[in-house]
Ligand binder design. Sequence first.
Ligand code: ADP
Length: 255
Amino acid sequence: EYQSICVPVTAKGKYRGCLLLFQDVSKTLEGEKMQKRFIADASHELKTPIAVIKGMVEILNRDNFDDPQMEKEFLTQIESEINRLDGLVKDLLILSRLSLSNVLLTKEFNDMNEIINKAIQSFKKQINEKGLKLVCDYQYQSPIRCDAMKMSQVIINLLSNAIKYSDQGTIRIQTYRENNFFVCTVADEGQGIAKENLDKIFHRFYRVDDARTRSKGGSGLGLSIVKSTVEAHGGNVEVDSELNKGTKFIVRIPL
Ligand code: ADP
């Protein structure tokens, strides 16, 4: 789409013609559309748990309410909705900071294996509780130039998904060098993703199985944070998955 501006050209007080300027605004409009869509989606995501909490509090607050068992159930559900809101707001903040500071990465030489090991620590309990196995194979040992905090978030998001969407099997984390790229892969033997959904999983708020993943506490923002971060580093992220077999995410960062 174009925006046009007409500028009259005069010389010595006489009208000599006009200059037509055309500006391609499709990118700006596209950006605006995306932003509006994002705000609409975010509001919807925030509204749903708020509506649930509101409804339950209203019932609990009724003068004639007297059902201790229902009260307990409602409070448990309210707590889980609040946790969901908390996670959603955290992810929204991370995303907005990313889009503000795409160019403001604090790049330093960091040992990615160390970053991965730290991320693993916080998931050890969950991995054990689900009876999953974790195998690390670090073939790339040198430090790479990256933003440690943001890359740590990438690993945390991929690892938490691998755990969330697996009920058995091994989670494998590998690092290696491929041409001029540092590569990190996170693979699981979980539920997998159907082919027709593979290109959508990086979209903001997209969940393959809305009801089921919602109950797992996901915000639908984890992978879009991964993609934005990796691309801000000049890299890319790919997914390879087979339904009921497992999923592998491949993150490449240029060296
Ligand atoms: P969520 O917070 O819902 O996990 P993400 O952006 O992290 O959101 O992921 C988007 C969707 O992609 C998830 O809802 C899930 O359906 C699918 N997905 C992501 N990682 C995996 C995985 N390791 N195995 C199976 N499905 C996955």
